[in-house]
Design a protein around this ligand. Structure first.
Ligand code: NAI
Ligand code: MG
Length: 334
């Protein structure tokens, strides 16, 4: 039977880059069945909710979702849709790979870093958020559990093994955040000992940021807590040419959602300017998750060749072409 995938085109540039991505998957011979679902502003207008029940059901039923960026309306009491989905489906691991291609505006050429971010705990636990009545004091709770830390670090080492990667760096701030980051680091060290075939290193987060900018080639897999992972993975996107080149996978025990890291880009929406690479690279993560490694490499090679040859690249990459031209260039290579 065919693999069915839930597709959420999303808002802003979402529908156009998702369209481009599905054309690429089909051309590569993936033979998927797609079931489309609404979320974000598109859903609010049609169904009066940001994430309709029907969408949640489809995500659960098909297990695999490919998602465009969603606009969360600001200041209207809506919680972030992405946070909602991560919590609802317990998508505890956020994988954000960055790979440098020549021909982008990136400053480096040899980068292949996978940031694995804990996606449900830490500073983003949403717990204990209070502001005192007079507005003079605010609090929030950071939660690290042994179970959560062990799960994400083990996931990082298992992924490293599976992908033939050599080194895992645990990133922390245990010198200051003694309880939370301290527990994370302790667990990371324990787990690291179970993987003698992989080099284990650790780094304090501020130094890590400096090292990533000065000497990024030293990194392979980075595993870290929620807030640090959010920031570091955007830094990594900047190392390889920006958000248009940055995919992400949110993975849990039963479900997985693959998406671009960036948002709906309202400034360029509807202008045929978006770089679809982010979501195409996310679909490559999806193919690898499904064990379809041949198709994944085939598509990655096509994207790489388009970018490195400068054939019809988009503006963010320094080119002069639009989403559809870029997509055509990839399709021709497939
Ligand atoms: P953004 O990521 O949408 O845009 C930031 C900048 O990067 C803009 O200049 C945009 O034009 C550019 N950019 C983004 N993707 C690009 C692509 N594929 N090709 C070329 N240029 C690209 O961030 P912003 O403007 O802060 O957020 C806009 C909306 O997106 C907000 O409503 C926000 O809530 C939402 N958002 C949704 C996310 C998601 O669904 N995963 C993640 C981040 C933001
Ligand atoms: Mg972020």
């Amino acid at each position: 039977t065919k693999q069915t995938i839930t597709v959420i085109p999303g808002d802003g540039i979402g529908p156009s880059i998702i369209d481009s991505c599905l054309k690429v998957l089909d051309k590569a011979g993936c033979d998927f069945e797609y079931e489309f679902a609404d979320a974000g502003l598109a859903a609010l207008e049609k169904h009066g909710e940001l994430v309709p029940e029907e969408t949640l059901k489809l995500i659960e039923k098909n297990k695999i979702t490919l998602k465009g960026p969603l606009t969360t309306p600001v200041g209207e009491g809506f919680t972030s849709i992405n946070v909602t989905l991560r919590k609802k489906f317990k998508l505890y691991a956020n994988l954000r790979p960055v790979l440098s291609f020549k021909g982008t505006r990136a400053r480096y050429e040899n980068i292949d870093i996978l940031t694995i971010r804990e996606n449900t705990e830490g500073m983003y636990s949403g717990l204990g958020q209070t502001v005192s009545e007079d507005g003079s004091q605010a609090e929030a709770m950071s939660l690290i559990t042994r179970e959560g830390a062990e799960r994400i670090v083990t996931f990082a080492y298992e992924t490293a093994r599976k992908e033939g990667r050599k080194k895992v760096t645990a990133v922390h701030k245990a010198n200051i955040l003694k309880s939370t980051s301290g527990l994370f680091l302790k667990v990371a060290r324990e787990v690291g000992e179970r993987y003698p075939d992989i080099e284990s290193t650790e780094m304090i987060v501020d130094n890590c940021c400096m090292q990533l900018v000065m000497n990024p080639e030293q990194f392979d897999v980075i595993v870290t807590t929620n807030l640090f992972g959010d920031i570091i993975s955007d830094l990594c996107a900047g190392l390889v040419g920006g958000l248009g080149m940055a995919p992400g996978a949110n993975i849990g025990k039963d479900c997985a959602i693959f998406e671009a890291v960036h948002g709906s880009a309202p400034d360029i929406a509807g202008k045929n300017l978006a770089n679809p690479s982010s979501v195409i690279l996310a679909s490559i993560q999806m193919l690898e998750y499904l064990g379809m490694n041949d198709k994944a490499s085939k598509i990655r090679d096509a994207v790489k060749d388009v970018i490195e040859s400068g054939d019809r690249t988009t503006r963010d990459l320094g080119g002069e072409h639009g989403t559809t031209d870029f997509t055509d260039a990839v399709l021709e290579r497939l």
